[in-house]
Design a protein around this ligand. Structure first.
Ligand code: HXC
Length: 262
């Protein structure tokens, strides 16, 4: 991993990443662990979370894993309580867990809609709510970073629930930035564009046969990398980011200004 921050910048912090076992979540967990944080990887599949944590520990980094479905508030609260009990604090929450699939909205079942809203939007609320006491007590200014998408404001045909949920998360971050700014917590979003090598890009671009078309709309001429997102998150949760509150850090190579998403 490219080392762009001073080593040890996150020493003494405990950082929890939802959906941290794969993709952008794992890359972000790795980046924060490499900066000295103890990283807690949570996900629905315990084996995936445990393998990811073991991979970090094998590199000499600090990590642990828990099974947690962000849709189940009682489980979220129990896991967060155990994290604080075991590791002494919770300083950083990364809301990364998400679900998405392509479906024409006129054919989308109400349960399909509800499922995505439940994972993305309700899950993010559950984690923020359960993390509040610990983050508020952080000695490093508690941080919440939610991974959204720049497609949240353009909309995305075929992904109505995910686009709506991500827009809801963006709004939630702004509200919490105002509500919790004086409670020792800052809240921000990171908005990736198409990130190569992720399930999201595979589903909405590659499987749909429109990857080349989408690439043509990215001014810098390449899809993003997981490392691009991890670096943006690391900046926000670092000491350099402690006065940044309520912003959306867009990491999409300028895609948001190339209008059109068909
Ligand atoms: C139509 C579908 C569907 C599909 C599921 N459903 N997949 N409908 N097309 N491809 C419907 C089902 O029919 C069902 O409704 C309902 O959704 C719930 O499906 P389940 O399979 O029971 O749900 P679950 O097991 O909880 O799985 C959740 C999931 C799954 C989101 C559907 O794909 C998942 O776990 N994904 C996690 C990983 C992921 O999606 N990562 C990508 C993130 S990318 P009925 O009516 O039949 O009961 C990202 C970028 C966002 O977030 C960019 C946005 C623009």
């Amino acid at each position: 991993m490219e080392q762009i921050f001073q080593p040890g910048k996150l020493a003494g912090r405990v950082a929890l990443v939802t959906g941290g076992g794969t993709g952008i979540g794992l890359e972000t967990a790795t980046q924060m662990a490499s900066l000295g944080a103890h990283v807690v990887i949570v996900g629905r599949r315990l084996d995936v979370a445990e393998d990811a944590a073991a991979g970090l520990v094998a590199q000499g980094l600090k990590a642990s894993a828990f099974k947690m479905d962000v849709r189940e508030y009682a489980m979220v609260e129990a896991v967060f309580g155990e994290v604080v009990h075991k590791h002494g604090s919770l300083d950083i929450l990364i809301n990364n867990a998400a679900g998405n699939f392509r479906a024409d909205t006129e054919k989308l079942s109400p349960n399909g809609w509800r499922t995505i809203i439940d994972i993305d939007l309700n899950g993010t609320f559950h984690c923020c709510r359960a993390a509040f006491p610990a983050l508020s007590a952080s000695q490093h200014v508690g941080r919440i970073v939610s991974i959204i998408t720049s497609y949240a404001w353009s909309g995305w045909p075929g992904c109505a629930p995910a686009a709506a949920a991500k827009a809801g998360i963006q709004s939630l971050m702004r509200t919490l930035a105002v509500e919790w700014g004086n409670r020792n917590i800052v809240c921000n979003s990171v908005a990736p564009g198409a990130i190569g090598d992720t399930e999201g890009t595979r589903r909405i671009h590659e499987d749909a046969g429109r990857a080349a078309h989408e690439l043509g709309r990215v001014p810098v001429g390449r899809f993003g990398s997981r490392a691009d997102i991890a670096a943006a998150v690391a900046y926000l949760v670092s000491p350099a980011g402690r006065y940044i509150n309520g912003t959306d850090l867009v990491v999409d190579g300028g895609r948001q200004f190339c209008f059109g998403n068909a």
